[in-house]
Ligand binder design. Structure first.
Ligand code: FE2
Length: 494
């Protein structure tokens, strides 16, 4: 990689001299992952096995326009105390090196490394709720370190390469990210939506392989249930399968119910997925170009009203902003679903759905029910994209909003442009299930000119054959028994 610049070498030498512990390549447990990429800032996260120093070097692909930057991080030594405090230090004296500025300095020119943090591993906690016989509760190691490197003052719509090295300069890992377009522009972009990959790792791996074949992907939208239980072992499996994707593409997560189960629970989810908000909340908004992504926490009962208040404020501001063209929401539990879990009633009863309608949210991505569903309920368009690998669920009812339903492993490719949002659904064998889209304020229109598209909803005959046959079989058995009884009674009289 073309990362041999003088400043990097100088700071690498300083880092090596100052570092009390030397890291080796095999000490990278997970990562690096790209998280929280905006138009002028980005955060990279990686996990080392033991207390160690590491360095992240950043370089824009466009030559000359942006200075190379680097930071040096040292894990704090609070592991032995079990502390969960973070320790963030600039890599060098801001006065001595204009690129290693103080965290308060946001006006520096060029790329600015804001902070490097070493986050203490999450302490083991009691299991919230064992959900499956196979989900043995594991005692977590408290020796791992999560390193967060946050950068600011980046150029918009630019790909940056980064390199993680140990204190001696040995390469531990590499990756890249592309910053978002300027919010004021209407530049088209592509993202992938998927969810519920837990449990079946082979199916999950197959989906990710197909996702990696997609080009020009700027974001990943995950609808939750990344792990069956939140243990370090399960998270490592998740990152083993998704690592190549996540080291180049930022992910916007929605908290699933399964992330709350297991020894690590919500804390481990936050440490890996939203480390900049270790205390929550688990709902947030992200801007990418002219689109606002709103990730909801559907595990919330919504009874306190805090999330609803935040949502209303966020949506009101977005609709008052002329540069916001589309609002796309994500949630684990779906407000509309034909699957086994049905509609998430709390979102209807406590006003969340009303807000999404009032502020004309363009599309809701959800999961929780393991299959694919696309629909429109009273103008609120939704997709249940719960086919990321988990065991598939059959249809449970013919939902009035249902336009297309199929119980399949899949992912969605979403192309956002000024005129339309187009969604193409791919199966794990790489074939296309359907391709449908819409313009703001309008309903679905598929490639075949209908809103139902080529697969359509579940027909009455199909539904009755697939879901009601046990009842019919039972009724037939009762009828046969009655006939036998009647016949025997007649024979007895004769
Ligand atoms: Fe779920």
């Amino acid at each position: 990689m073309p990362l041999s610049f003088a400043r990097g070498v100088a700071l690498a030498i300083i880092a090596a001299l100052c570092s009390p512990v030397t890291a080796h390549a095999d000490e990278v447990v997970n990562g690096p992952w790209v998280i929280d990429v905006g138009h002028d800032a980005a955060t990279v996260l990686f996990e080392l096995a033991d207390p160690a120093s590491a360095k992240l070097t950043l370089e824009a692909e466009t030559s000359g326009a942006t200075a190379d930057t680097e930071a040096n991080s040292e894990a704090n030594t609070a592991a032995e105390t079990g502390s969960t405090e973070t320790d963030a230090e600039p890599s060098a004296d801001p006065e001595a090196d204009p690129l290693a500025v103080d965290v308060e300095d946001t006006d520096g020119e060029g790329t600015v490394v804001e902070a490097v943090e070493a986050v203490e591993a999450v302490e083991p906690v009691e299991a919230v709720e064992p959900v499956e016989a196979s989900s043995a509760m594991t005692v977590e190691s408290a020796s791992s370190r999560l390193h967060i490197v946050a950068t600011r003052a980046l150029q918009s719509d630019t790909r940056y390469r980064f390199l993680v090295q140990d204190a001696n300069g040995a390469e531990l890992a590499e990756g890249s990210f592309r910053t978002a377009p300027d919010p004021a522009t209407d530049a088209p972009f592509r993202f992938l939506a998927y969810g519920d990959n837990r449990t079946d790792h082979d199916a999950h791996r197959a989906i990710i392989e197909r996702m990696r074949e997609q080009e020009n992907v700027r974001l990943l939208l995950h609808t939750g249930d990344m792990v069956a239980t939140s243990t370090r072992e399960n998270w490592k499996m998740f990152f083993d399968i998704e690592g190549e994707l996540l080291r180049r593409t930022p992910l916007i997560p929605a908290l699933g119910n399964h992330e709350l189960y297991g020894a690590g629970g919500r804390d481990l989810y936050r440490a890996y997925m939203t480390p900049s908000r270790p205390e929550g909340p688990d709902y947030f908004a992200r801007r990418h170009g002219s689109t606002l992504f709103v990730a909801l926490d559907s595990n919330d009962s919504f009874e306190s009203g805090a999330q609803r208040t935040w949502l209303e404020e966020t949506l009101r501001e977005a609709r008052a902003d002329d540069t916001v063209r589309y609002i796309i929401a994500s949630t684990h539990h779906s407000p509309m679903s034909s699957g086994a879990h049905d509609d998430h009633e709390a979102m209807h009863e406590l006003g969340v759905v009303a807000l999404l309608k009032q502020y004309e949210v363009d599309l809701i991505f959800a999961g929780h029910d393991h299959g694919y569903e696309r629909g429109d309920r009273d103008g609120l368009k939704y997709i249940v994209a719960g086919g990321g690998g988990a065991p598939l669920y059959p249809v449970n009812r013919r939902h009035p909003g249902q336009l297309a339903f199929q119980s399949v492993h899949h992912f969605c490719v979403v192309d956002v442009s000024e005129a339309r949002v187009d969604v193409t659904v791919f199966l794990k064998d790489g074939s296309t299930l359907e391709s449908c889209g819409f313009s703001h304020g309008e309903t679905w229109s598929c490639a075949d000119g209908t809103k139902e598209g080529p697969i359509g909803g579940v027909s009455a005959l199909e539904f009755h054959l697939s879901r009601r046959w046990p009842r019919y079989l039972g009724a037939l058995a009762v009828f046969v028994v009655l006939m036998i009884v009647v016949r025997r009674m007649r024979n007895a009289r004769a």
